[in-house]
Design a protein around this ligand. Structure first.
Ligand SMILES: [Zn+2]
Length: 514
């Protein structure tokens, strides 16, 4: 298929055209970093959340659910470290007013040694930059770099290939910093030095708008779980190890929302805080890391596009002892779908200190009292939805009504995730076919998501369902009147077979393994 950028554009276009994802408040020109889910998108997202909840809460006896408020007492965010430390380095361009996250701007420093000897100091330094990787910088400034290489031929005395790569926020030397090209307008020396920018959205609770009424939209769902850990422990009979699961919205005022729905300012998370003994934390960390990876594989993310990456020690957050990312190779690059972290006893200890409440667990068998360790699998619902869409998107060829081969767009979604499981059509709107098709629709829709469509040529109706990811289409035709059978068409193979009209529901259930 087409290259990655082209593929991404086709996915975005399909998502818009078929009602999966719309830009938020589009009639007013949209708002950067916010997205809405349309009729098919909301079903896809609901199916992802339902699969997660069923697999991790309903089908287990050691995890319970929670739904905490988005706005919490601001002391929660002081204790968790978010008020002081939840920041990104922000850089502005004084010329074009563009704003960048300093750690997302790659700067390529090229040093040129004067002709006449390798011992001389670099006479000329050039700092090219782009938002993205080193390859992005090289691609953007390819012509200039080539020109510089031509004007400094031959070693020694020519271009020194020992270039350096920095992130904008890591350049400490003001002289070097002043030579960086703005990634947007390309001017030199127009960037401000990085400033810490807190990512939490602020608002006010109550009529007074002053510091005493300032509250935050939660930047993660985890703290709602930690704050309720004792309530859950006291109202259930859970014994360690056990987990608390939550799905909900979180908000981060990202400096640079980008890559479609991947990095947005309002998003939904699926998180578990799994409480265990310190001595068993490593074991549970490995368990969750592997279990979560397999969950995505089981729902259709397979092959080389999915990978598990362990963080290096210098990448770890201050509270984490170990962390791994489940990453997916999106058309725009490989990025994190879910993180699994060993958060140690950091959060509960902080909340015990800040609130004065006892956060210990008492083991009545061993008579020990301790603050549990926490393993956290934390995934993004929107990121998962985007990965499933990207994985499912495919183009092949199918015969049209006249038997001519034409391009077909198809979403090969896992049946558990497909917004519609079966679509029912009358071949034509006469001879009692619509009545029979509606009867099948009525029998199925109580149990599975079923769609009825009688408009237009049946070939076009098939194609619309292929684009929606519907695994099966059932058609009532002339033969149905004679022997009570209908055709059932498979989305992926496009093969059709005849089955009894009464058998549609059981056939779909058997074949979808729902
Ligand atoms: Zn600029």
């Amino acid at each position: 298929m087409a290259n990655d950028q082209d593929r991404m554009e086709r996915i975005v276009s399909l998502a818009k055209r078929r009602g999966f994802i719309f830009p938020s408040s589009e009639i007013y020109g949209g708002i950067n970093g916010f997205w809405d889910y349309g009729p098919l998108g909301v079903e896809l997202k609901r199916n992802i959340k339902d699969a997660w909840w069923r697999d991790l809460v309903t089908n287990r006896d050691d995890i319970v659910g929670l739904d905490a408020a988005i706005i919490m007492n601001p002391k929660v965010w002081e204790a968790s470290g978010h008020v002081g430390g939840f920041t990104d380095p922000m850089v502005d361009c004084k010329a074009c007013n563009s704003r960048f996250r300093g750690d997302q701007v790659t700067v390529l420093a090229l040093h040129f040694i004067p002709r006449g000897g390798p011992k001389g100091r670099a006479s000329e330094d050039c700092y090219f930059s782009a938002v993205g990787s080193e390859d992005d910088v090289r691609a953007k400034h390819r012509k200039r770099i080539e020109k510089l290489q031509r004007s400094h031929p031959d070693q020694p005395g020519g271009w020194n290939p020992k270039h350096e790569v920095h992130a904008l926020s890591w350049i400490r030397n003001p002289e070097a910093y002043a030579k960086v090209h703005c990634p947007d307008c390309d001017q030199v020396g127009t960037l401000t030095s990085p400033r810490a920018f807190n990512l939490m959205f602020e608002t006010y609770a109550g009529a007074m708008q002053d510091s005493s009424s300032k509250v935050y939209l939660r930047p993660e769902t985890a703290q709602g779980i930690f704050a309720n850990y004792k309530n859950v422990l006291d109202t259930t009979r859970l014994k360690i190890p056990f987990g608390i699961a939550q799905i909900g919205k979180a908000f981060r005022n990202e400096i640079n929302p980008r890559n479609y729905t991947f990095r947005s300012r309002e998003f939904e998370m699926m998180e578990i805080e799994f409480f265990c003994r310190q001595s068993e934390a490593d074991k549970w960390y490995e368990y969750w890391r592997d279990a979560r990876f397999q969950w995505y594989v089981g729902l259709g993310l397979k092959g080389e596009r999915l990978r598990l990456r362990d963080h290096k020690p210098d990448e770890l957050a201050h509270y984490a002892k170990a962390c791994a990312d489940i990453e997916y190779a999106f058309p725009f690059g490989t990025s994190e779908l879910e993180g699994i972290a060993n958060r140690t006893d950091f959060d509960l200890t902080r909340h015990q200190e800040a609130s004065g409440r006892d956060m210990t667990y008492f083991d009545d068998e061993t008579k020990e009292r301790f603050i549990p360790y926490v393993i956290e699998p934390s995934g993004g619902v929107d990121r998962a939805a985007l990965a499933f869409l990207a994985e499912a998107y495919d183009e092949d060829e199918a015969p049209d009504e006249k038997g001519k081969m034409r391009k077909r767009t198809v979403l090969r979604l896992h049946p558990r995730l497909a917004p519609i499981k079966v679509a029912v059509f009358p071949l034509v709107r006469k001879d009692g076919m619509p009545e029979k098709a509606r009867a099948i629709w009525a029998a199925c829709r109580e149990h599975i998501a079923t769609f009825y469509d009688e408009k237009g040529a049946v070939g076009r109706r098939y194609r619309r369902q292929d684009e929606a990811g519907t695994p099966f289409c059932v058609t009532v035709d002339g033969q149905t009147n004679e022997d009570g059978t209908v055709t059932i068409r498979d989305r992926d193979t496009m093969k059709q077979e005849r089955i009894a009209a009464e058998a549609v529901l059981s056939y779909v259930r058997d074949h979808l393994h729902l």
